[in-house]
Ligand binder design. Structure first.
Ligand code: NAD
Length: 473
């Protein structure tokens, strides 16, 4: 049992004013592994005041000072990598290789932001003016449970790089990871108040950040419904917003693809992070003329999809994060069956020999694009296979969704795949399994969000341009 009873304000671990206790579970067996004491609106207000105080000098700090802090933050988080991996596995149930990636990329995001800042002109000449890029102010950072440490580090890195200060509201379900991370961040000896962390509920601490007039910007990663409510609430004080929301991303397998290459990639991007990733390619489009071949190939390659204990070497799918998430996935699998889709693999209930929040990785065929399982974000390892007659129909169906976060195109001909990619409504399109690049903008079209994170586009979103006319600099 690990009890987390403090939050972090103005460079110190402090006992929150809030008294509510929230249970933390190991998703492998649903056992309670700890409790977190949640902050309340008063704690959020104290943290905002600390960040506002720290903004006065941090906003004027020179580039080298910011870059030096980002390098220190990288070092301290990297040094705690193994503890972080342990916490991610225990609290979230990520398979070991995924947990390793999560912890490493979290640490590396400070270097990514430092690199972006180094190249970024804080003052530039535009026409007759000098344009000064001013940090926007105190930023509220709100993160989900599916990669909590990664989102905290990425958002915090670019916040600090821009000269802003932060109040972070992490997912209340990820308090163990947050605590390990916080102990690391504290060791970087950042100026007091430049970042503050308040564990708490979304509708209490999150809501205070969203409405408080001293918060200039919200950077939120989470579900589309909550993102919309944040946008509405933030309008009252005209906060800047970056919203990274849900997805229902298409994977288009073109008719020239080698299925022995394309299908493993489609399964990997569809089921990564145990299906609990916003960018999963959950709608797989295959040519109608090769449907039987595609299904046979999926069955063959599905043998390597293995639900199991996160630390077992052959595990690729861990448990869902919570009972609520387990039930949500069950509901959608039942809905798929009830609406006439055909099971290619998986189905309802737990995988054999596993309990807790494990679900059976599931693939449906005979899915039409208007079915709920093809339109709504499930956020679990449930994939739909859809067929198309020609390239134009594949593109039309791929774009026929309220979301537009990511898309994947698989083909033997990269020029042809590129032409298809150009016609897809998505913030990122990966051709033939191209890997994530942390310098490249990330974010959604349509209801997948507003704005971009990562690299220079991410950094840019923390500035207000101020044009000085007739100035002598
Ligand atoms: P969620 O929207 O329920 O919660 C996200 C965060 O918002 C949590 O910290 C929560 O406490 C807080 N919150 C809840 N209500 C709030 C309110 N009224 N005001 C302010 N904050 C509030 O999402 P989740 O279930 O934690 O995460 C899963 C969702 O996140 C999925 O929809 C997924 O697609 C999305 N996601 C998007 C991205 C992306 O980059 N686009 C990445 C990861 C996850």
């Amino acid at each position: 049992m690990r009890d987390i009873i403090q939050i972090y304000i103005n460079g110190e671990f402090v006992t929150p004013h809030g008294t509510e206790l929230f249970d933390l579970h190991n998703p492998v067996d649903a056992e309670v592994i700890g409790r977190v004491r949640l902050g309340d609106a008063q704690d959020a207000r104290i943290a905002i005041a600390a960040a506002k105080g720290a903004f006065k000098s941090w906003s004027r700090s020179p580039k080298p000072e910011r870059i030096a802090l980002l390098h220190r933050l990288h070092e301290v988080v990297w040094a705690k990598k193994n503890e972080l991996i342990e916490a991610i596995v225990q609290e979230f149930g990520a398979p070991a290789t995924r947990a390793y990636w999560m912890a490493s990329s979290a640490a590396n995001s400070f270097l990514d932001a430092a690199r972006a800042l180094e190249k970024y002109d804080l003052i530039r000449k535009v026409g007759t003016a000098d344009v000064v890029m001013e940090p926007v102010g105190v930023v509220g950072l709100i993160t989900p449970w599916n990669s909590n440490v990664g989102f905290i580090c990425n958002k915090l890195a670019y916040t600090l790089a821009a000269g802003c200060t932060a109040v972070i509201k992490p997912s209340e379900m990820s308090a163990t990871q947050t605590q390990v991370l916080l102990e690391a961040l504290h060791e970087a000896c950042a100026p007091a108040g430049v970042f503050n962390i308040v564990n708490g509920r979304g509708d209490i601490v999150g809501a205070e950040l969203t409405t408080n007039p001293d918060i200039a910007k919200i950077s939120f990663t989470g579900s589309t419904p909550v993102g919309k409510s944040i946008l509405r609430e933030a309008a009252a004080t005209l906060k800047r917003v970056t919203l990274e929301l849900g997805g229902k991303s298409p994977t288009i397998i073109l008719d020239d693809a080698d299925f022995d290459k394309a299908i493993p990639t489609a399964l990997q991007v569809g089921l990564g992070n145990s299906g609990q990733a916003c960018l999963n390619g959950t709608r797989i489009f295959v040519p109608a003329s090769r449907k039987d071949e595609a299904i046979a190939s999926i069955k063959k390659h599905f043998a390597s999809v293995q639900a199991g204990e996160p630390l077992a070497p052959d595990t690729t799918i861990g448990p869902m994060v919570s009972q609520a998430q387990y039930e949500r996935v069950q509901r959608y699998i039942k809905l798929g069956l009830d609406t006439g889709a055909t099971l290619v693999a998986g189905g309802e209930g737990h995988p054999e020999g596993l309990g807790g929040y494990f679900v059976r990785p599931t693939i449906f065929a005979d899915v039409s694009n208007d079915m709920a399982i093809a339109q709504e974000e499930i956020f679990g390892p449930v994939l739909c296979v859809l067929t198309y007659e020609d390239e134009a129909e594949a593109i039309r169906m791929a774009n026929d969704t309220p979301y537009g976060l990511y898309a994947y195109v698989l083909s033997a001909n990269e020029e042809r795949a590129t032409k298809v990619a150009m016609q897809l409504d998505a913030g990122r399109v990966a051709i033939n399994g191209a890997a994530h690049d942390p310098d490249v903008p990330f974010g959604g079209f349509k209801q997948s969000g507003i704005g971009r994170e990562y690299g220079v586009f991410g950094l840019q979103s923390y500035f207000e341009p101020k044009a000085l006319l007739g100035a002598v600099l």
